[in-house]
Design a protein around this ligand. Structure first.
Ligand code: ZN
Length: 152
């Protein structure tokens, strides 16, 4: 069964999510279900509150639309640093169907997160991946891209 995706103005999208503390089979299954829902909906990223769970977890895959799936699951993600360079891009969100927002964000960043076994990871992201990371991390704090939309 595909997880239904919540849409604005569902109040769950405005909650600040709680850290994941239990790394078990249920978490693995949840992450797999989230990836399936993301692919099914044609997205590049999906955060747990978008499927009604207020925990700090998101999934992303910026490569699958080009035919080479490369899923990433980030548990308890923390953006530890961002570049001074800022880029403005149009963002879409599976919780905001039919809408787009032009948002300025740092062009690259360093992220720290845990994998599904609870092991700490760290990596650098740029381009579309940096964009998706920041968009999904915002979801975990109840922030939507339309909140950051630039004045036309
Ligand atoms: Zn979104």
């Amino acid at each position: 069964m595909t997880l239904p995706i919540r849409q604005d103005p569902d109040p769950v999208l405005r909650e600040v999510c709680a850290p994941v503390t239990v790394f078990d089979e249920a978490l693995v299954q949840f992450a797999e279900d989230m990836l399936a829902a993301m692919y099914d909906a044609g997205g590049r990223g999906l955060a747990a509150p978008q499927v009604g769970r207020t925990v700090r977890l998101f999934v992303m895959d910026v490569a699958w639309k080009e035919g080479a799936p490369d899923p990433l699951i980030c548990v308890n993600p923390v953006i530890v640093s961002v570049a001074a360079e800022v880029e403005t891009r149009e963002e879409r969100c599976l919780s905001l169907p039919g809408r787009a927002a032009r948002v300025a964000r740092p062009a690259s960043l360093r992220l720290r997160w845990q994998d599904l076994s609870g092991t700490g990871r760290e990596g650098d992201f740029d381009g579309i991946a940096a964009r998706v990371v920041q968009h999904e991390a915002d979801h975990l704090d109840g922030v939507l891209c339309i909140d950051r939309e630039e004045a036309a």
